[in-house]
Design a protein around this ligand. Structure first.
Ligand SMILES: [Zn+2]
Ligand SMILES: [Zn+2]
Length: 302
């Protein structure tokens, strides 16, 4: 295992930049927000740690890419920015792909992402695996089927029995397809992927600064290793693109984890015949992250 350790100075420049205008903008942020973001270059930070590499198949080893610091993000002329007219992220759950594809992108959409637990890669020649996003069009589609712990086992129920050659516009291949049970782990993996891909739609490139949800990932073990949260450098990028209170965002994330969390097994029986969207959220896999968010909130409130 190898850790990518940038110097304190390098992380400081990546976060704050050397441009006097951007330094000024940084200094105008709320003092608590700066305190939290400054954790990026505190060597003993318990919140933000270096990226670790386990093998040559990890993303950074396999895909050398230029880094993107805050200033490069800020000055990217092709970065897609929300406007007062298009400021909504639509997340569309897809069961019936055809019906979805016919639907139009709403006019106030900043982007629209389709999510499904159906495997979108039933044949080698089909071109998506986990998903595809188009930065310029603001559309993406993601399948979480391969996050099912059963997916790679011989007992996986979603495998096609008779391979069928799909024709254009014919999505009957997805009829009555298997959808995996939504476990805490599947939900956590799905949320991480969606956050990562939405980050790309806002113009954030792969993070090479600190352990971060925007790190590139080449395989499931590497995706599991990256944290669900943003490092301070990526956080400043998102903050600059959207303008929000860091504390309100973290509080909303904790609320999302706590609201509708899984109920005790004896009570779960009454949910059995309900529509899957009404089921309690399995959030046990989010607890470690919840603790981390609370620590961030404590720094913000100092
Ligand atoms: Zn990516
Ligand atoms: Zn990052």
């Amino acid at each position: 295992m190898r850790a990518i350790r940038h110097s304190e100075e390098a992380l400081k420049v990546a976060l704050i930049s050397k441009s006097s205008a951007l330094v000024k903008q940084y200094e105008s942020l709320d003092p608590g927000e700066r305190l939290l973001m400054n954790e990026a270059f505190r060597r003993d930070s318990i919140l933000f740690r270096p990226i670790t590499l386990q093998s040559a198949s990890d993303w950074i080893s396999a895909h050398p890419e230029p880094t993107q610091d805050f200033e490069e993000f800020y000055r990217d002329p092709y970065r897609k920015k929300p406007t007062p007219q298009s400021n909504t992220i639509y997340i569309q759950a897809i069961g019936d792909l055809l019906r979805y594809l016919k639907r139009k992108k709403p006019s106030d959409a900043f982007c629209i992402v389709g999510i499904t637990t159906i495997d979108l890669f039933p044949k080698e020649s089909w071109n998506f695996v986990f998903g595809q996003a188009s930065l310029t069009e603001g559309v993406g589609i993601f399948s979480f089927a391969r996050y099912d712990s059963d997916f790679y086992s011989p007992n996986y129920k979603g495998r096609l029995k008779r391979p069928k050659k799909p024709s254009k516009g014919d999505y009957s291949i997805f009829d009555d397809c298997h959808t995996p049970a939504i476990t805490g782990l599947l939900l956590l993996r799905s949320c991480k992927t969606l956050t990562h891909e939405l980050g790309h739609i806002f113009g954030l490139r792969h993070c090479q600064w600190l352990a971060c949800v925007m790190q590139g990932s080449n395989h499931l073990e590497e995706s599991d290793r990256r944290p669900p949260g943003l490092c301070p450098i990526c956080l400043r990028k998102l903050h600059c693109a959207l303008g929000f209170s860091l504390a309100r965002r973290y509080e909303a994330l904790v609320r999302w984890i706590d609201e509708g969390a899984a109920v005790a097994p004896e009570r779960a029986a009454k949910f059995r015949n309900k529509d899957p969207v009404d089921l309690p959220k399995p959030v046990e896999a989010f607890q470690e992250w919840r603790e981390w968010i609370l620590k961030c909130l404590a720094v913000l409130q100092k």
